[in-house]
Design a protein around this ligand. Sequence first.
Ligand SMILES: NC(=O)c1ccc[n+]([C@@H]2O[C@H](COP(=O)([O-])OP(=O)(O)OC[C@H]3O[C@@H](n4cnc5c(N)ncnc54)[C@H](O)[C@@H]3O)[C@@H](O)[C@H]2O)c1
Length: 285
Amino acid sequence: MSIKTVGVIGAGTMGAGIALVCARKGHQVMLLDANQAVLDKALVYLESILTKDVEKNKISEQEMTETLELVHLVSEIEQLADCDIVIEAVPERLDLKKSIFSQLSVICREDALLLTNTSSISITEIAGGLSHPERILGFHFFNPAPVMPLVEVIRGKKSSEENVEVAYRFAQELGKVPVLVTDTPGFIVNRIARPYYNEALRVLGDHVAGVEQIDRIMKLAGGFKMGPFELQDMIGIDINFATTKSIYTDFFHEGRFKPSRIQQQMVQSGSLGRKTGEGFYDYNK
Ligand SMILES: NC(=O)c1ccc[n+]([C@@H]2O[C@H](COP(=O)([O-])OP(=O)(O)OC[C@H]3O[C@@H](n4cnc5c(N)ncnc54)[C@H](O)[C@@H]3O)[C@@H](O)[C@H]2O)c1
């Protein structure tokens, strides 16, 4: 399969980065968001990253212009009809993802690959009841997408082996390191990472230590690049909370995955981390 045009749905934290990864490899990118302000912000982000590449002599000004010209900002899902691959990166909600994939199933060609960047939701459930579920797979980038090398390629119950191979090769072609995963809650990385966030939130809730202290200790003693609270702010506390809830539900409420009330209240209050300027840390200072 020759991949020319890639659709990216959702131009937020992940979608904008995924669009950049694809455009840098010469693909035409149709970047869709329901919110025009997010699309405008995504363009500013792309320009700022590529400008840094020019300043560091990694690319020429002409290459920057050519890469930017590959990214088309769109507002209607029908504009993705000719895409060879579509990567969905809307918020971590099953109803939203199901609705998007049911529209894509009608709009896109039968041989187009339909990928979801979900952190935790069952691929099998997203594809359930849709026509041609063999072309629906998980394709999970890590944040920030242009920097992090890993992509989890997740095989849903009805994903075909042929499409798994195409997705695997596509990840390699993007310069990423793919890992094949079967469809289980949280896949590999988010399942293993849950205790890092959850236990830190319990330590905070038990007043054992504060946010900055916990982050500092995990970096100093554990060798982590970022502490659990810095990471939640970068990921988006809403996205992190939704991921924990989904993993907890899909593991039939095993206590070790139980979500935290602290995180829930931060989401309820609109303190979502860096993207809102305030989370466990204040970014407006
Ligand atoms: N944030 C992370 O660190 C991270 C890492 C890996 C995977 N993910 C996953 O990627 C997905 C997106 O996460 P994010 O952090 O980029 O979210 P985000 O909230 O930053 O961005 C989501 C975007 O989707 C848009 N959107 C919502 N409904 C839409 C629709 N119907 N059509 C088009 N656009 C729509 C929103 O306007 C928003 O801009 C989630 O499934 C998340 O679990 C996130």
